[in-house]
Each structure stands twice: as structure tokens, then as C-alpha cells.
Write a protein that binds this ligand. Structure first.
Ligand code: XIL
Length: 352
């Protein structure tokens, strides 16, 4: 569609001729993403790296300027908040919540139950048998109650369970499933709801952008839980894409079926990686992927937030995890806007 760049001289001529005032050099004071998102009644978010937020002024300024929703990239995970059994450390997470409050930003809670980034005391105890199933269930109950309770009234969306299905639609063989059986999912939602009845409670996973075996497993689970009056209100789509894999085809259709259940939806961790080195063609393709997900979100009122998993390549998790890949965020390592940033701004400008 309208994604083209004309030579600067031609642009000046055209705007002068048509008395168009909108054409501005890239350095002009364009509205930040959050201002555009406000007009579209959408929260635009980012994951926040607390070390970068403390140490890097440009990072801090950009976080404040561009986004209306923040997610802790790591500091609300169980290993961070309860590193020793019974000893909580909310300091970093509280810092994030304070920053958000100071800048008029909402906070997504991420995440209460996952198979990764669990404290060692817990995984070791389960592995050596010193924590049995009944005790584990009590530990999970206490964790959810403590964490949701600690942030009560300050989190608008909680990722209650994260990545509980395999790609083939079967439940992940995590310690939760092994020890507690599938009922741990409903329990987690009930306990979270009891601790903060106003927070919207989400399922969250990757590879669920389009309609496929995994997203269908979530759809069936959500339908069943809601029929049983289990308080699950949202479906979170992480959105970790790579341009080498193609764009998932039926994202809008997927969002629509969750909306039909009466649920909210959200893109929770969007990034679009590529095989390095980046070049103009790959960056242009990346921009269409970001825009494709955002357009799908803007296309349904059920979609309340669109969060990128980091906004600058300087701190992205991608190169550390996916060997040879990177350049996955909307700003480069020097905070310069990539085509992906422009694509997000354009989509937001066009609104719902
Ligand atoms: C990642 C963080 O970005 C990394 O810093 C950390 O080392 C590992 O976790 N799905 C999720 C996120 O739900 O919590 C993960 O975040 C990325 C994949």
C-alpha cells in the first residue's frame, strides 16, 4: 500500500504545490507512538530491561516517550521475585511500576506460571523429591497470591500462564503438568482472580499468531474454562516472528474467534528477527511483518495492547538466543528509526 519514499526534492515540490503541510524531514518532531496509539484506543507497549533503564539515558527517554504500556522483560518472573524460598524481592519490579506511574503508563504483568526462569530451590526440590505434589500446589498458590497481591490495582493485564502448550496442541510436559495434572491452569486463574479481581487475566504463548494446532488448543481451552466460569479474560499472542519463516496468514481470523468468546486479545512480545547481516530489503520485509500484526490488532476492538519485546537492537534478547539472527526491533542499536518504526507509526495514524 502507501509505503514509498520519494526523493526529498520531489517531496518538497509536491508539498509546496499541493500546500500540504504534513511532509516533514524525518528529524522533525513527529508524534510518538503512544500519542498515535491513544487516538486509536490502543496501548502500545515495550518490554523493559531494568539494567538498561538504570544505566542508559537514551533508553530511559525513549521508553517514556514512545510507549503507554510496560512489561518487565525479566524482573517479575518467579526466579527474580522469590530467589530464596519465602524471601521476596520486589525491588526491581517496584522500580518498573514506579517508572510507569511517573510517566502515565500501564503495566502488563509477566508472568505468574512458566516452565522457565523458575527459582533453583523450586526446580531442585521437585527434582529430588523433597517437594511433593501437594506441597508444590501450595507453593504455586502462595506465589500467585503473593505476587498478584503485591501489585494489586497496578497491573491491567496479567500473563497468568505462559507457554503451556506444544506446537502440536498437546499440553507441555512441564513440572506443573507432571506433578499437578492439567487442573493447574484453572487453579492459577482462580487464584490470580482472587488476589486482584480487576486485572484482566491472560493465556500467553508463541507460534499462535495464525490459526493452527496450538492456537486452536488455546481456543478450545479458553472456551472450556469460560464455560466453567474460570476467570480467563485474555489471549496473549507473543508475536516472535522471523522474516525467513513467512508471515502467518490468518491472524485476523484467529483474533476474531477469541473475540467471539468474549475475550480480550493482545500482542505481547512482538519482534521480527532476520538472519544477519541486515540489509535494506530485509528491513523493508521486517516492516511489513510488524505492520501486519499491528493491522490485525487494530482491526478488532478486542485487541487492547500491542507490545514489542524491546524497542532497540542494542538490548534485544534475539542475538543471544537465535544464533546468527538479530536486528529484530523497530530501532537500531543507535536508536535510529528503522522502516519497522515508520510502519508502526503509519498503521497507528490510520487508526482502527
Ligand atoms: C526472555 C528475555 O527477553 C530474556 O532476557 C531472558 O533471558 C529469557 O526470557 N517468551 C517469553 C519471555 O515469555 O519471557 C522471554 O523473555 C522470551 C520468550
Amino acid at each position: 500500500m502507501k509505503h514509498f519514499r520519494m526523493p526529498a526534492a520531489a517531496a518538497v515540490l509536491l508539498s509546496a504545490t499541493l500546500l500540504v503541510t504534513a511532509a516533514q524531514p524525518a528529524s522533525a518532531h513527529e508524534p510518538p507512538l503512544r500519542a498515535l496509539a491513544d487516538r486509536a484506543d490502543l496501548r502500545i507497549g515495550t518490554a523493559v530491561d531494568m539494567t538498561a533503564l538504570a544505566d542508559d539515558t537514551a533508553y530511559r527517554r525513549t521508553t517514556a516517550r514512545e510507549f503507554s504500556s510496560l512489561t518487565a522483560e525479566n524482573v517479575m518472573k518467579w526466579e527474580s521475585v522469590e530467589p530464596q524460598r519465602g524471601t521476596y524481592d520486589w525491588s526491581k519490579a517496584d522500580e518498573l511500576v514506579r517508572f510507569a506511574r511517573a510517566h502515565g503508563q500501564a503495566v502488563r504483568g509477566h508472568t505468574l506460571l512458566w516452565h522457565n526462569q523458575l527459582p533453583a530451590w523450586l526446580t531442585t526440590g521437585v527434582a529430588d523429591g523433597s517437594i511433593d505434589a501437594a506441597e508444590l500446589r501450595g507453593i504455586l498458590h502462595r506465589h500467585i497470591t503473593a505476587e498478584v497481591g503485591h501489585f494489586k490495582g497496578r497491573i491491567y493485564q496479567w500473563d497468568v500462564v505462559n507457554e503451556v502448550f506444544n506446537d502440536d496442541g498437546s499440553l507441555r510436559d512441564s513440572l506443573w503438568l507432571q506433578k499437578l495434572g492439567p487442573s493447574y491452569i484453572a487453579d492459577a486463574f482462580r487464584w490470580a482472580h482472587a488476589a486482584d479481581p480487576k486485572a484482566k487475566l491472560f493465556l500467553n504463548d508463541y507460534n499462535v499468531e495464525g490459526v493452527n494446532a496450538k492456537s486452536t488448543a488455546y481456543y478450545e481451552l479458553a472456551k472450556k474454562l469460560r464455560a466453567e466460569k474460570v476467570p480467563v479474560q485474555g489471549f496473549g499472542i507473543q508475536g516472535h516472528l522471523g522474516i525467513q519463516y513467512g508471515f502467518p496468514g490468518d491472524v485476523s481470523e484467529n483474533l476474531a474467534r477469541f473475540a467471539d468468546l468474549g475475550m480480550q486479545t493482545a500482542f505481547t512480545e512482538v519482534d521480527v528477527r532476520m538472519i544477519l547481516p541486515a540489509d535494506a530489503e530485509k528491513l523493508a520485509k521486517q516492516a511489513t511483518y510488524f505492520r501486519g500484526l499491528l493491522d490485525a490488532c487494530l482491526g478488532t476492538r478486542s485487541c487492547k495492547s500491542f507490545t514489542v519485546w524491546g524497542f532497540t537492537d542494542k538490548y534485544s534478547w534475539v542475538p543471544g538466543v537465535f544464533t546468527g539472527q538479530g536486528a529484530a526491533t523497530p530501532l537500531d542499536e543507535a536508536y535510529a528509526k528503522k522502516p519497522a518504526y515508520t510502519a508502526l507509526a503509519e498503521a497507528l495514524s490510520e487508526g482502527r
